[in-house]
Design a protein around this ligand. Sequence first.
Ligand SMILES: [Zn+2]
Length: 130
Amino acid sequence: MKRTYTCPACKGVLNPENAVILRATDEGRQMLLGLHPEPGNYELYIPDGSELPPGSQWRMGCPVCGTDLQLGANGQLCLVHMEVAGESKQVWFSPLAGQRVTFVVNTQGEVELFGNGEDIPEHLPFEFEL
Ligand SMILES: [Zn+2]
């Protein structure tokens, strides 16, 4: 199924091909990161020679306009927009390496959860702003 991911700030398309491209920055380091476009698939594409150690906290930004995507739950979740089958959705995900938590929210406010059972909080960590 074709999914188009866009930046919530500049509307730039983040997946020109398959992977969703984000800018990841850490203290003094930055790289482009590719995420699998299917929610719940946590395959990552990172540059040769780079590492994303489990538990490391990266800032995720839009590679087009530079906007920081860490918008929810006091910066504990990142937001990108997704168009799929003509429907607009919000995709929230954890920027903590190794934490597999993704929330997909449609315009009716219905939430789908993806990720590891033990990583998914019992209660949603924040109010969705739609
Ligand atoms: Zn942008």
